[in-house]
Design a protein around this ligand. Structure first.
Ligand code: DND
Ligand code: ATP
Ligand code: MG
Length: 252
């Protein structure tokens, strides 16, 4: 993994140079993916890398883990609490829809969760504009393939350095980078509602997704879940659909 870390660091430097920007910013959750990204961007840009801790109705333990990452990596950081802003915006939207009697209770948890991810994205882009930085994503190969991210939320980024690494490879990168074991061992969680874990929500383990991506045999049930997630989320990996140019086409 040493060689990968050197190459990733070099790639980050080149990408920033080509974009004529000054550095990189990432959201720091205290989870392993953003931790690995934080260590990498700090290596690439000693002074022009920034981690942003954005609690949003999340647990104190998550913010403490993120602080541990700041200490371990030495990365510059900001903490911006989004809880009140999320509350205000979500309740405003909810009240307006409720007035029409059209609020969908079944979708409340998901809508609330995705707004958290999109508020974080908006915060990161506001910061990126200020410093002339790029926003770095944390999606790994397993999340990208299954579409397990919020479209234009944590998926709304300028570059995605971990896209070709399975979850177990991200753990290997973390060990090589000297990430504290406490962070490596934590159950992956989007932290979008109390007690959420990725594997419970998806109904399949990262070990199984990694094996599938490596071309190894997994159970039929797991393969079906993975393929179905992949198909349902194809739109997240594509540019927005647009119609044919009707200046040049007439539909029958
Ligand atoms: N066929 C289609 N063509 C074009 N667009 C389509 C579409 N189908 C839905 N859409 C659009 O996409 C939206 C649904 O996608 P999206 O908004 O992403 O929402 P969705 O995929 O339903 O939910 C996001 C999932 O990602 C998980 N997540 C989020 C954030 C972080 C993490 C993590 O691991 O940390 C995990 C979260 O727990 C949840 O399971 C729809 O509201 C609609 O606007
Ligand atoms: N509380 C938070 N503060 C700042 N950024 C956050 C927060 N929660 C989530 N994010 C951002 O959203 C990204 C997606 O979350 P995700 O859970 O997939 O990654 P992770 O937390 O780094 O690792 P893991 O998947 O193992 O939990 C994070 O990597 C991070 O950039
Ligand atoms: Mg997480």
């Amino acid at each position: 993994m040493d060689q990968h870390i050197k190459q990733l660091t070099q790639w980050l430097k080149e990408t920033v140079k080509e974009s004529k920007t000054n550095g990189l910013v990432v959201g720091l959750s205290g989870g392993i993916d953003s931790t690995v990204v934080a260590y990498l961007i700090k290596r690439a840009f000693k002074d022009d890398s920034l981690g942003v801790i954005m609690p949003c109705k999340s647990t104190e333990a998550d913010a403490e883990d993120a602080e541990l990452v700041v200490e371990g990596s030495g990365i510059n950081h900001l903490t911006i609490n989004l809880t009140d802003q999320h509350d205000a915006l979500f309740n405003n939207i909810k009240q307006q829809i409720e007035k029409n009697g059209e609020w969908n209770e079944d979708k409340q948890q998901l809508a609330d969760a995705n707004l958290r991810a999109r508020l974080r994205m908006s915060t990161l882009y506001t910061i990126a504009t200020n410093y002339n930085y790029l926003v770095v994503g944390t999606d790994n190969q397993a999340e990208w393939y299954t579409g397990y991210f919020t479209k234009y939320g944590d998926g709304g980024v300028d570059l995605a350095p971990l896209l070709h690494y399975t979850k177990s490879e991200v753990r290997e990168l973390a060990r090589t980078l000297g990430v504290p074991e406490q962070i490596i061992k934590k159950a992956p969680s989007a932290g979008l509602w109390h007690g959420q874990t990725d594997e419970e929500e998806m109904g399949v383990s990262y070990n199984s997704i990694d094996a599938f991506l490596n071309g190894e045999t997994v159970s039929d049930e797991d393969a079906e879940i993975i393929e179905s997630m992949h198909q349902r989320t194809a739109h997240k990996r594509a540019l927005p659909k647009s119609p044919p140019d009707f200046h040049h086409f007439t539909l029958e």
